[in-house]
Design a protein around this ligand. Sequence first.
Ligand SMILES: Cc1cc2nc3c(=O)[nH]c(=O)nc-3n(C[C@H](O)[C@H](O)[C@H](O)COP(=O)(O)OP(=O)(O)OC[C@H]3O[C@@H](n4cnc5c(N)ncnc54)[C@H](O)[C@@H]3O)c2cc1C
Length: 337
Amino acid sequence: MSVSSFGSVPLQKIHSFALSVFTTALYLPKQESEVPEAAEKATYFIGEGSNLLPLGDLSPLLSTRYLKGYSLIREDAEYVETEVAAGENWDAWVRYALSQGWYGIENLAAIPGSVGAAVVQNIGAYGVEIAPFVVGVYGWHKSLKNWQWIPAEHCQFAYRHSIFHEPAWRDRFLITRVRLRLRKYFAPVTDYSDVRAKMNPKFIHDPWYIYQLIRSIRTNKLPIRGSAGSFFKNPLLTPSQLNQLREKAPNIPAYETPEGLYKVPAAWLIDQAGLKGYKRNGAQVYPRQPLVLVNTGTATPEDIYQLALHVQSVVREKWGVLLEPEVRILPPAATGE
Ligand SMILES: Cc1cc2nc3c(=O)[nH]c(=O)nc-3n(C[C@H](O)[C@H](O)[C@H](O)COP(=O)(O)OP(=O)(O)OC[C@H]3O[C@@H](n4cnc5c(N)ncnc54)[C@H](O)[C@@H]3O)c2cc1C
């Protein structure tokens, strides 16, 4: 196993906010046999650090980024089942799947991060989530000291949520492999408004066209570096909460979920509260996508954190809605978790 050294490992290139913070040790297992020892020593389990806000120097970390590889488990005329190591880069995997003629995840193009975290977060974009494609995950349980297979039915997938967020699992269970079931036929998902507005219907049956289209929509909206993507989740409101909000904001879009709740766009709430482009020292509400908080180059962890608190409080005051962070906030080593 590679240990990136003890004492003071810089994390600026190890997480996407690119803040100047350190960890006391970074464990980088290269194969599953090295995982139990590394997991024992690490406080936090991470992938590529693209959904984290470290509030200062961190206790030891285990990153899956060197756990690589994939294998074909089974296939029939319509489906293929593959197992992918947690440390594979998600977007590279989407491209590999497309090159093999395996479909379903092309709308999740260009989402930063690792395959393992994609399941933890139940990543989603442009009308597609990873959950329906997950057969199960395999990994090491640090507290129970055993390897476990967790079938998808037990993963408790919900909007940007899985069981791996729960205290009994977070930093206790390290996913080392993910089993995915993909289609061998292409069925484009184009009902998302951005996709519909930008697509050329002539190419709708070309999976690579959809992949590139999503990638270009994302590139126009999102900063290349210095963010963790959407800082907040889109709030899910009950019908009566939506009615209350609509008294103040009659035009707010709302999308009904299968559970009978209404998802409203957090970006709209932030934008209409006048916060687009708002700056606090080196931290800014990204002008092209107000759901994203960005390190403009000189932000400290405190700048980002205080900006997040400010956005939360302005939105709550104006709209009566509490925004919940999607990004995981990691406390500094001295205070522990
Ligand atoms: C520019 C940008 C755009 C983004 N766009 C989207 C988007 O469209 N949709 C979306 O859903 N997300 C988006 N994100 C968020 C991010 O890409 C995802 O959350 C991604 O899955 C994080 O992967 P990671 O490997 O970097 O995870 P990390 O940030 O390293 O970790 C995220 C969480 O998963 C846990 N974790 C990581 N790996 C494991 C493992 N193997 N076992 C157990 N726990 C683990 C960590 O403890 C942490 O709680 C975006 C981020 C950025 C920077």
